[in-house]
Ligand binder design. Structure first.
Ligand SMILES: Nc1ncnc2c1ncn2[C@@H]1O[C@H](COP(=O)(O)OP(=O)(O)OP(=O)(O)O)[C@@H](O)[C@H]1O
Length: 237
């Protein structure tokens, strides 16, 4: 992360459209056919369930939406900002300011405490720090409480937590500072059905409180009805 200057989307803080994808194609390997994506739009605060067979490009789409990679053709805008128009440093800043991520492996920082992991986005982004209420630390504590992480774990290294607890810490980290968009890639794959249902309910409830849009990738079709919309990707022939 480079500087603490505000990202180019500041003027669109009241953007009603969370994301728009149009004619996007992306190729990891020039000898293979490209992944071809349908037109996708998501309104601010909408929750989208994304499914599709293995290899249909779901994780790649989340990398595109996070600005980690750029489309070969087509346009992809978040909060009204075309990511291809930003430098790589600006894209990093944009992601830190506006996007929360929950991955299958959680990507928590192993040598930090639970609380420090949750506060990390607010340390990296002034914008998210400002939106964390009343303070970054107090918001992190309320999120951990809401997600059922016992206070006795807050000041211990996050690696001492169970898999289900680490997953909820990753969700708290994604939600802190109210990012406009939350990207979740198969975050429930390690959970039994009771914990999975509880986790989804908490995640979507807290995202709704913060008016965050959600793109949630899962193979588990039974979860789809909890979302405003669902979209199935196809494997490119
Ligand atoms: N980092 C990468 N380098 C090269 N090819 C990749 C990379 N990531 C994905 N691919 C290829 O892109 C295609 C789409 O992969 P992707 O992981 O996006 O699909 P997916 O729908 O998320 O699959 P799954 O459900 O199995 O996780 C696959 O053919 C995959 O091999």
């Amino acid at each position: 992360m480079s500087s603490q200057t505000d990202s180019p989307a500041d003027s669109s803080a009241i953007a009603r459209e969370a994301l728009r994808i149009s004619h996007v194609k992306f190729r990891w390997d020039p000898t293979q056919p490209p992944l071809v994506y349908p037109e996708i739009t998501l309104d601010a605060g909408e929750h989208l369930f994304l499914r599709g067979p293995s290899g249909s490009g779901k994780s790649t789409l989340l990398s595109l939406l996070g600005g980690l990679i750029l489309p070969d053709t087509g346009t992809l805008s978040l909060l009204g900002t075309d990511l291809a128009g930003l430098t790589s440093g600006q894209r990093d800043r944009f992601r830190a300011d506006h996007v929360g991520v929950i991955f299958q492996q959680f990507n928590l920082v192993p040598y930090l405490t639970t609380l420090d992991n949750v506060m990390l986005p607010c340390r990296l982004s002034r914008k998210r720090r400002r939106r964390a209420l009343p303070t970054a630390e107090q918001e992190a504590e309320s999120l951990l409480t809401a997600l059922g992480i016992p206070q006795s774990h807050w000041h211990r290294r996050v690696t001492g937590l169970s898999v289900g607890q680490q997953q909820r810490v990753a969700a708290a980290r994604a939600l802190t500072g109210g990012p406009e968009l939350i990207l979740a890639d198969e975050p429930t794959s390690a959970l039994d059905s009771d914990n999975r249902d509880r986790f989804i309910e908490l995640l979507l409830g807290l995202a709704a409180e913060k008016h965050s849009s959600v793109v949630f990738v899962s193979h588990d079709q039974s979860l789809a009805e909890r979302f405003d919309r669902q979209l199935a990707l196809q494997v490119t022939p």
